[in-house]
Design a protein around this ligand. Structure first.
Ligand code: ZN
Length: 148
């Protein structure tokens, strides 16, 4: 199978059958992310216990790339520390900017299916919406740590 066809199927599957779409009753942090240029509008809910992302869901609507990207992102960050989740976000940003390494692709797992977005400037904001929202949510949910 051609690799681009495989990527398309991964993205389609996450868009049509998201694993993490829904709501939760007691999130640690809830943050909405909007991409006006496309109409993508998501709400990300994270439950953080002792610095670990123990649960995460998203809700909202948007194009296939935005929805699949956030669903794949949650696959990647569940059970991770905030530092690991931010590290993964950094890898995703590098991939979308076309500077990702083999290690980045490996760590990103299925989210690496979006690497062709690097060649589609109009879709970059769709692909990074969930990841930017997650980064902001982790900072907002920090609960006032010392230092800085
Ligand atoms: Zn979009």
């Amino acid at each position: 199978m051609e690799i681009k066809q495989l990527y398309r199927e991964i993205v389609n599957d996450h868009n049509l059958h998201p694993s993490h779409k829904g709501t939760m009753t007691d999130p640690t942090v809830t943050l909405r992310g909007v991409n006006p240029s496309c109409g993508d509008d998501i709400t990300l809910m994270l439950k953080i216990t002792d610095g670990i992302i123990t649960d995460a869901v998203f809700d909202g609507s948007g194009c296939a790339i935005s929805q699949a990207s956030v669903d794949m992102m949650i696959d990647g960050i569940l059970g991770k520390s905030r530092e690991e989740a931010l590290d993964l976000a950094g890898r995703f940003m590098r991939m979308i900017q076309g500077t990702g390494t083999d290690e980045d692709f490996e760590e990103l797992d299925e989210a690496a299916a979006l690497q062709d977005v690097a060649h589609m400037p109009a879709r970059v904001k769709c692909a990074v919406l969930g990841w930017h929202t997650m980064e902001q949510a982790l900072e907002a949910g920090d609960g006032g740590s010392s230092g800085g």
